[in-house]
Design a protein around this ligand. Structure first.
Ligand SMILES: [Zn+2]
Length: 126
């Protein structure tokens, strides 16, 4: 799915995303760790991979800012895994690494908010 020239970190990141191994609030709760399951940015929904990478208002705004059609099929797939696979299949190969980078930036922005209480607009973080 990721071309062989993709940096190992990007491949590792995608693997983790597709296997739901991110320590989202929802996953931590499921593992018995006592924390709020809500998204630390909007406090409106459970913080799942789907919410972090696709559904949070903040993320929708983020994707909307990019020229290529990353928004396509957002509503068609229940799981972020299916959506990511569909995007990777349909965008030009040179844009795949950009898509990977953007996903990683979203995860970093989330961590920055959770661990450093930094809620700067993502445009400044990317
Ligand atoms: Zn949210």
């Amino acid at each position: 799915m990721v071309n062989s020239e993709a940096p190992p970190r990007a491949v590792n990141f995608l693997w983790r995303l597709l296997h739901k191994s991110f320590p989202t609030e929802k996953n931590l709760n499921r593992r018995g760790i006592n924390c709020s399951p809500l998204c630390p940015r909007c406090w409106e929904d459970t913080e799942s991979e789907e919410h972090i990478f696709r559904e949070c208002w903040f993320v929708r705004k983020f994707w909307f800012a990019f020229p290529f059609t990353l928004r396509s099929g957002m509503g068609m797939f229940s799981y972020v895994k299916e959506w990511v696979k569909e995007i990777m299949k349909n965008i030009q190969s040179e844009k795949r690494s950009l898509f990977c980078t953007l996903l990683q930036q979203l995860w970093r922005a989330r961590n920055s908010l959770v661990f450093e209480e930094n809620s700067a607009p993502i445009e400044e973080e990317v």
